[in-house]
Unconditional design. Structure first.
Length: 339
């Protein structure tokens, strides 16, 4: 971008867990969706990983907020501050002149009119002149290299932080979709609750997240099992320190209910699929994207239950962001973008 370029084009994957910004086809910002604000003046203190380090460790003058819950904006002011701050991270080198922004943002496929307007308003308040939106499963399909405009069925299961998006895509449109609010955050909450109930131990959200990443599993029998994870924390009754070793089998048991809900949602989406597209999906398989696709054994569990091959995308965490970046370059060609 030249110093006096009048329009800057960016693609934003506004996620419940992470926000990713793409410019010129490259990821320029990849930060946790967290902001830290001054409790008295509401002044922005930190965003992204800096704010995440403060999570659960603040005093009464500072509050940390996750502006997005269940894939949609829960705190309008914090979301706007976060988008503005992250855009500033790119523009720091170019303080002389602030260009007009053309932004493509992705949104959950089950978003209501109000939720769509909240995203558009936040992007406009953060400096967006032209704001376009794309549904997350459509962006994920483009991001993993599928031809979404071809007359054939592609099925995407995008498990993010706040929502699981399931969509059957053909001819540049979503034929059948299911958006459920069971995703990565719910798995973390399951682990948090389980540690308290089973081991009588208090753990924070960040520790539960670490347990999920290290020993989270959808199956109680894995071919390549991870080592047990050691957790330190206080006893809920006595507040004395405890050390607990957690295995992937017990976490698989504790996540079973939430994973079953995802299974049911996939089956529901398949039920509403026209038979010609169903045949395409059986032949090509179903693609898993999003951070939840990294849950150990999830693809095998879904495949055994549904009898259709499941493929984990090459870079599941960045599939939606990459697709949003490609949509940005093809604004005039892709008719499914929402103004």
């Amino acid at each position: 971008m030249g110093l006096f370029s009048f329009t800057q084009e960016i693609a934003i994957d506004l996620g419940t867990a992470n926000t990713i910004i793409i410019q010129n086809g490259k990821i320029v910002v990849d930060e946790p969706s967290v902001v830290a604000l001054d409790n008295r003046s509401d002044k922005l203190l930190a965003i992204g990983s800096e704010a995440q380090k403060m999570q659960g460790k603040t005093h009464s003058d500072i509050k940390t907020i996750r502006p997005l819950r269940d894939g949609v904006i829960a705190d309008f002011y914090a979301a706007e501050q976060m988008i503005r701050g992250m855009i500033k991270m790119i523009n720091n080198k170019n303080r002389l002149f602030v260009p007009a922004l053309r932004i493509v943002v992705c949104i959950p496929s089950g978003s209501t009119e109000v939720e769509i307007r909240a995203v558009r308003d936040s992007a406009e308040h953060a400096g967006g002149r032209d704001v376009y939106m794309i549904y997350e499963p459509m962006a994920a399909a483009i991001g993993i290299g599928l031809d979404v405009e071809a007359p054939e069925g592609n099925m995407i299961v995008d498990i993010g932080g706040g929502t699981t998006e399931i969509a059957i895509i053909s001819l540049g449109g979503i034929v059948s979709n299911k958006s459920i609010r069971v995703a990565g955050d719910d798995l973390t909450a399951d682990i948090l609750e389980y540690m308290g109930r089973q081991h009588n131990m208090k753990v924070g959200e960040r520790t539960a997240e670490l347990i999920k990443i290290s020993v989270g599993s959808a199956l109680a029998k894995l071919e390549d099992p991870p080592e047990d994870f050691t957790v330190f924390g206080p006893n809920r009754m006595t507040a004395l320190p405890m050390e607990v070793s957690v295995s992937y089998q017990e976490i698989a048991h504790c996540l079973d209910k939430s994973v079953s809900k995802i299974e049911t949602a996939v089956l529901n989406a398949l039920e509403n699929t026209p038979p010609e597209l169903y045949a395409d999906i059986v032949r090509k398989g179903i693609y898993l994207t999003g951070g939840g696709a990294l849950l150990k054994g999830l693809d095998k569990r879904l495949q055994d239950k549904i009898n259709i091959p499941f493929h984990i995308a090459e870079d599941p965490l960045h599939a939606v962001a990459k697709g949003t970046g490609i949509a940005l370059k093809n604004i005039s060609k892709f008719k499914f973008l929402i103004r």
